[in-house]
Structure formats: C-alpha cells, structure tokens
Unconditional design. Structure first.
Length: 312
C-alpha cells in the first residue's frame, strides 16, 4: 500500500513540477523577476527530487544478498535524505543568494511585463494544488486519525511526508513570489521582488532542515510506533507464551518491521510444545501488525515477574 500510494503521489508531483519549471523559466526570461527565477530553480529541484524518490523505491526492491542480509529497504530513507540535501543546496541557498543580489541591485533591474509572471504563478498554484491534493489523498489511509504534523513526524514511509512538505512549500513559495511581484508592480520598487525571493529561500531551508532531521532518524533506525508496539505486546502472550520478558523492534524499511523478543514459556514444556508456541505467536504477531516480516523469538523459562523487561 505505501509503495503504490507514494508512487502515485510522486508521479503526480513529477508531472506538475516539470511543467511548472518550464513555465517559470519562460516567465523569468520575459520579466527578469528573481522570484520567478528562484521558483524555477525550486521546481527543477523538486522535479529532480521526485526522480530520486522513484530511484530509491527501485533500489529498495532489490533482493537481500550476503552483504545486505536484511535487504535494501532503507534505500528509500537514504534517497529521501538526499532529497533534503538537494532542497537545501539547490533550492534554499540559490534563492537566498538571488534574493540578496536582487535587493542590492533593485534599482538597476526592474520587472518587464510583470502580468506574465502573475499569470504563470497563478497557473502554477493550480497545478501544485492538484499535486498537493494527490499527496494528501494517498497519505490519508496511512495517516488515520492522526494530525498531518504527527503523520509527517511519525510516518515510517518517507516519500509521502517528503512530497507533502515539498508541495506545501511550493504552494507557500508561489504565494510569496506572487506577493513579491505584486508589491513590485504596486510600488514600482523591485526590492520587493528580492524580499520575496529571500522569503522563499528561508522557507526552503526550514523544510530541508526538518526533512534532514526526520530522515536521519529513520536512517539510524526507528522502532515500531506506539500503537504498533502496543499491538505487538498484546499479540505475543497466549497459546503457550506466558509473557514477554523483553522486546525490541526496528524498521528495516518502510514496509518491513523486525521484532526480537525473549518470551517466557511454562517450565516443563517439551521441545514440540515450545516450537508450537513460537509458531502460534508469530502468526498472531503478523495478524496484528502485518509489516512485521522478520521475527526472532527466544524462549526462556518463566522465573517470575522480576524478569519483565529485563535486557538479559
């Protein structure tokens, strides 16, 4: 579900950003607006980012091998981190530089045919809104009842939060660019175009830093969510498993959760009974949290409640 849904959102964003990038550069060539140029570079960065996300999904689908016995699922996290770097370097830093230059030389370079820029920006807002709507639609099944902010912070599927933040940033950036061009038209002072460009740079920088923080956490390795951990703890006991002594989880990729646990088995259980208890526990776990694909259960004799959550 997460792969197909995120792929649909990525392709929608890719098509929208590619078309918008061409229109923005045409607008810059006609008007000389630095906001249009910054937005054009922003759209090029976003288009490249969609390609990186698709590449990450393709690399993650590789079969496990001797060098990577748990597979390549975290490739999706890596390429999402690269996306954050691209937004920061190609989008934010360029916009900040261009904004400073425009403000410093605002009296030397005015805007020509500013209505062209306004029309292009309005069309771009419509296209970005469609991309943003698609990303929201594909994210809702994974988001559930959580807030959008909580989904972005806690999702183990990297592409959808990336596309959501990119599209939200693009829409805000377009409004900022429209404001810069509009104020320049109203006042005749091109410094507003430069200020709009600076605001776009700051916005992209904030988005890039947030994505870097989130993707770094996923790359290092995050465990099950609070709800998933509760479901796992409820599913493991029973059918010969008295209780959980201790348990650890980690996502090997967006769709593959690893569970390792030491479980207490009643004293006197035969080897066949222990094996049956483990098999039954694995089935309950996969039914409760389907993405739990890798399970390691270590049976131990129940020596009392003092062993609960012990790392031994």
């Amino acid at each position: 579900m997460s792969v197909e849904g995120s792929k649909k959102a990525i392709i929608a964003a890719l098509g929208a950003n590619a078309g918008i990038a061409v229109a923005k550069f045409v607008g810059f060539a006609i008007t000389g607006s630095s906001s249009m140029l910054a937005e054009g570079v922003h759209s090029v960065a976003d288009t490249s980012n969609q390609g990186l996300l698709l590449l990450g999904q393709k690399r993650a689908a590789k079969d496990a091998d001797q060098l990577h016995p748990f597979g390549y699922g975290r490739s999706r996290y890596f390429y999402s981190f690269v996306v954050a770097l691209v937004i920061f370097s190609l989008g934010s830093l360029f916009a900040l530089y261009e904004g400073v230059q425009k403000i410093a030389h605002s009296h030397d370079h005015g805007l020509e045919s500013p209505m062209v820029a306004v029309v292009i920006l309005l069309v771009a807002i419509v296209l970005e809104s469609y991309s943003f709507y698609t990303a929201q639609k594909e994210s809702r099944p994974l988001k559930g009842d959580a807030s959008w902010w909580s989904f972005i912070r806690n999702s183990r599927t990297p592409e959808l939060p990336v596309v959501l933040l990119e599209d939200a940033g693009a829409l805000i950036g377009l409004v900022l660019a429209l404001g810069g061009v509009g104020l320049t038209m109203a006042t005749g002072d091109a410094v507003w175009d430069g200020i709009g460009t600076l605001c776009i740079g700051v916005l992209l920088g904030l988005i890039a830093v947030l994505l870097m923080i989130e993707m770094k956490s996923l790359l290092i390795g995050e465990g099950a969510t609070v709800d998933e951990e509760a479901a796992l703890k409820a599913a493991l006991p029973g059918g010969g498993v008295d209780r959980i002594i201790h348990m650890k989880t980690q996502y090997l990729g967006p769709d593959e959760l690893m569970l390792a646990a030491k479980i207490a088995i009643a004293p006197g259980a035969t080897a066949l009974e222990v094996a049956a208890a483990i098999d039954a526990a694995e089935a309950r776990v996969r039914a409760a949290v389907p993405q739990t694909q890798v399970i390691y259960l270590e049976p131990d004799i129940d020596r009392g409640a003092d062993r609960v959550d012990s790392p031994a």
